[in-house]
Design a binder for this molecule. Sequence first.
Ligand code: FES
Length: 86
Amino acid sequence: MSQLVEEVVTVACEAGESLLSALERQGHRVEYQCRQGYCGACRLPLADESQPQALTYLRPPLAWHEDNEVLTCCAHASTPVCLKLT
Ligand code: FES
């Protein structure tokens, strides 16, 4: 029987940087495809559900996501954000 391992990481964006780019800069491997907000491959859950206020999308993404998730390729964070990596 396999067990899903979940890692919580804190990521801070530099000016104009997406969460996905910030995660990659910090050495994390995150799944992605379009990097434009329409496939949903980069969707990650927030570790702290009170953090959506810190997130902004430059353009409204087309891919679906829950309130406690973020599309990392097109979201930017004004403060450090804790995300769950699986
Ligand atoms: S990589 Fe496609 S929505 Fe983020």
